[in-house]
Design a protein around this ligand. Structure first.
Ligand code: RRO
Length: 310
């Protein structure tokens, strides 16, 4: 079977890559993803200045996934710009750069720098970090999202994408899709970021399991799979000529297949990558290939978006 995918001029050997935030904060981590069987690499969301992030513990494994409140720890955008400048863009593993300024001005400054560097990498603008105390997720404010995107496209003329928070209401899918559809250079959306502000409790210690925000954090893993699939499916239907990248609950070939069946062009692995390491990519790739073989599918296009309804 052929697992390759080509989109926006990007050619991937297989549809799997890391979810931004996992194994992508340092050069060494990014190199480890690039050296694995992943089909692409995305950097940790960056800010204008380096950030330490929230106090530890700020990630915990939970019975059905993970909870995190990292607080956007990153080495500052110049570090990732430098990584992108030195990246082997001919390696066959496309590089994506995630950008998540603390303010609109920060986003514009970083995007101008990436524009001026004119590198063959795609930006994923994060509109959905749930873990900054006192800061709302932009993606949940449709007017604010529209404003941010209007200002972004004034300075950034290349194709780009956005990382969205999960939505839970058809009215909200439609409203956000309508905002996104008014920006032609917005070519893809990644669905979903973690399900924000969950609370995991450890019954033995009668305690929260992470320190920031009194234990509240973004959920990933099995907890979020159906929500991720719904978001991938609905945005695939509602967006005009844009790609949807699936993220949420992928830990085997089965979930990767489900995301693609729901309409995903490519898929990202977060919690499973954190827990298993970069070896997960070869495993999930081989499992996906086995499912396709069993079903008689030769390419991802044979089943992408072809979810049946009753
Ligand atoms: O760093 C984080 O706390 C974080 C970010 Br920026 C994000 O977008 N999603 C997430 O689950 N954690």
């Amino acid at each position: 079977v052929d697992l390759s995918v080509s989109w926006l001029g990007v050619n991937m050997e297989n549809p799997l890559y890391n979810a931004s935030g996992v194994m992508c904060r340092s050069r060494e981590e990014l190199d480890a993803v690039a050296a694995s069987a992943a089909g692409a690499v995305v950097t940790k969301s960056c800010t204008l200045s380096p950030r330490e992030g929230n106090p530890e513990p700020r990630y915990a494994r939970a019975p059905h996934g993970s909870i995190n409140s990292m607080g956007l720890p990153n080495a500052g955008y110049e570090y990732y710009l430098d990584y992108a400048k030195n990246y082997d863009h001919a390696s066959g593993k496309p590089l994506f750069v995630s950008v998540s300024g603390m303010t609109l001005e920060e986003n514009l400054t970083m995007l101008k720098a990436f524009r001026d560097a004119d590198l063959p990498c795609l930006v994923e603008l994060n509109l959905s970090c749930p873990n900054l105390p006192g800061k709302a997720q932009i993606g949940y404010d449709f007017a604010a999202s529209s404003h941010v995107l209007s200002e972004v496209v004034k300075v950034y003329d290349k194709p780009f994408g956005v990382k969205l928070p999960p939505y839970f209401d058809p009215v909200h899918f439609a409203e956000m899709a309508s905002v996104l559809n008014s920006f032609p250079s917005l070519k893809y959306v990644t669905c979903i970021n973690s399900v924000g502000n969950g609370l995991v409790i450890d019954i033995d210690s009668e305690s929260v399991v992470i320190k920031p925000k009194a234990g509240l954090g973004g959920l990933g893993g099995d907890y979020v799979l159906p929500t991720a699939l719904a978001n991938v499916r609905e945005f695939s239907r509602l967006l005009d000529g844009k790609h949807v990248i699936g993220c949420g609950g992928i830990k085997s070939g089965r979930e990767a297949f489900m995301h693609i069946l729901a309409g995903a062009t490519a898929v990202q692995v977060g919690t499973c990558l954190y827990e298993e390491g970069a070896g997960c990519f070869a495993r999930i790739r081989d499992e996906l290939a086995a499912i396709m073989e069993e079903k008689g599918y030769r390419t991802l296009a044979d089943f992408r978006g072809k979810l049946l309804t009753m």
